[in-house]
Design a protein around this ligand. Structure first.
Ligand code: SF4
Ligand code: SF4
Length: 61
């Protein structure tokens, strides 16, 4: 499973970026961005986000 940031909810706390083992989350002034090419789907960001601003991307099939 991969994950994406719900940009309208993100409050730019950077908690997700601080736990990502791949450094796949880049912070800007407005939002966090997950780079899916680097993400290994560990879900740490999803679990960590205090306001549930990260959601699952359904697997393509
Ligand atoms: S799922 Fe894991 S590897 Fe992917 S962005 Fe979140 S913390 Fe990083
Ligand atoms: S943990 Fe959630 S609110 Fe904080 S920067 Fe990441 S996505 Fe945004």
């Amino acid at each position: 499973m991969k994950y994406k940031v719900i940009e309208s909810l993100c409050d730019v706390c950077a908690c997700c970026a601080s736990v990502c083992p791949q450094n796949a989350i880049i912070m800007s002034e407005q939002k966090a961005t997950i780079f899916l090419d680097i993400c290994i789907g560990c879900a740490k960001c999803f679990i960590t986000c205090p306001i549930s601003a990260i959601e699952e991307i359904p697997d393509e099939s």
